[in-house]
Design a protein around this ligand. Sequence first.
Ligand code: NAD
Length: 483
Amino acid sequence: MNALPFPTHEVFIAGVWRACASGETLPLLNPSDGTLLAPIARGGAADIDAAVAAAQAALDADWGRLTAAERGRLLLKMSALVLEQADQLAQLEALDVGKPLKQGRADAVALARYLEFYGGAADKVHGETIPFANGYTAFTLREPHGVTGHIVPWNYPMQIIGRSVGAALAMGNACVLKPAEEACLTALAFARIAQQAGLPAGALNVVPGLGEEAGAALSAHPGVRHVSFTGSVAVGALIQAAAAKNAVPVTLELGGKSPQIVFADADLDAALPFLVNAGIQNAGQTCSAASRILVERAVFDTVVARMAERYRALRVGPATADLDIGPVISARQRDVVQGYIDLVQASGLQVAAQATLADVPAGGFYVRPTLVAGVPGGHRIAQEEIFGPVQAVIPFDGEAEAVAIANGTAFGLVAGVWTRDGSRALRMARKLHCGQVFVNNYGAGGGIELPFGGVKHSGHGREKGFEALYGFSSLKTVAIKHD
Ligand code: NAD
C-alpha cells in the first residue's frame, strides 16, 4: 500500500497522533487476498480515558465556544475535503473492507453529503416558546449532550461515521469514535480530514482497538453522555447495559432480515435490479440488506427465474478489480456465511442460482452469492441475519399473508413494497412493523435526509435526516416568571 497521510498504527487524541498507551498493535488484513495491510493501534481503557478527557476539554474551550454557524462551516469544509479525496478514500475502503471501488466511492460521496446536510442544518435547530401561564415566558433550548461515544462496525465505516459523528458534531457535541478492529483506515483518514479542515483539537478523537477493550471502556465511561452504536444485537445489548449504569441514552442500529414484497401487479422490470442489488451489495454485509424476497405466487416462478439470471451473471473478485461483489470481511465471516449455504443444501432447499468464483486470489475471503427459492418463512435461512450474499425467496398468497411473513422475524429495520395499487401500498406501509418502508424503490438513493433505525431487535433511536439532530441533543425547558 502507498504511504498514507496518517499513521495507521496510532490513535488520534486531542488533535495529536500518538501511540496508544500499551504501545501494542493489531493486524489489519486485506480481505481480497488475506495479506497483512497495516498494523493498527490496540487502543484500550487508558486511551479512552484520554480521549474522553480531550473531548471534555474541547467542550470547555474552543469547540464549545463556536457558534452553530461556525460549526456548520467546519463540517462543510470537511465535506469538500472528503469529496476532493473520494478516490483515495475508495481505495482505502477497497483494501480494508473489500468493497469494489465504485461502492467505496459511493460511500465517500455519501459521507460528504452527510457532512453537507448536517453542516447546513447546524444553525437551523432551535427550541420553541411555549404559551404557558400569565406572567411567565417559557421556552426550550436544544443543547449538546456533551461527550458522545460512537462505536461503528466495519461494513460501511464512512457512511456510519457521517450519519452519527456528523450529526453529533453539528449539535456541538465532542466525539470519541471507536472504529471496528477489522476496518478502521477511513476512520483514521476522517480524523486527518478533520485536522485539515481546522476542527478544534479534541472535538473528534479516534481510538481503534478491540471491541471488548476500547469499545467496552467507551460504552461504560462515566464521562460519556450519549452512546451511538451500530453493530450486532448481542453487542448492542452489552452496550445498552453498560450505558445504563451511567443512566446514559443510547442509539442502537442493529441487524435486520428486511423483506422486499413483490405483488403480482408490480412493475417487475423496475423491481428486478433492486431485488438483487439490495441483497448482494457489499457482499450482503448491509444491515438493511433485502435478504428476504416475498413474491406473490402468480409471479413467483417469473421473479425467481429473472433473479437467477442476474445471479449467474454476477462477477465476484478482488475489490480493486471493481467487479459486482468483493470478498466478505474476514475468514470468520466467510465461514459463517458458508455455514448457511451448507444448511441450504442440507435442508434440501432449492438453490435457484449461484454465482461462480473465477480467478479469486486463494487467500481471500470469498463466498458464492446464492439465491434460494421456495424457503418456508420459518426456516433459519428466512429468520436469521446471514450478513452475506444469500437471499431467500418466499412465496405468499395475498396481502394478509405477506404482512404476517414480513413481520414474522425478530427484526424490523426496512421493508420494500412493489405494487401498482396505491391503496395497497398505503395499507402495507402502515401494517409493516419496521423503521422504514419504501414503495416501488428500495433504499431511496442512500436516504441521507430520511430518518433511519429499527424496531424490535433492529434497535431503537433514529439516525439520518433531521431526526438525528434531536437524538444528539437534549432539550432544556426554561420558565421565567416576570410579574
Ligand atoms: P459487532 O457488534 O461485533 O461490532 C460492532 C462494533 O462494536 C465494533 O466496533 C466492535 O469493535 C464493537 N464491539 C464489539 N464488542 C464490543 C463490546 N463488548 N463493547 C463495546 N463495543 C464492542 O458487529 P460486527 O460484526 O462488526 O457488524 C455486523 C453487525 O452489525 C450485523 O449484525 C449488522 O446487521 C449490524 N449492522 C447494523 C447496521 C445498522 O445501521 N442497523 C449497520 C451496520 C451493521
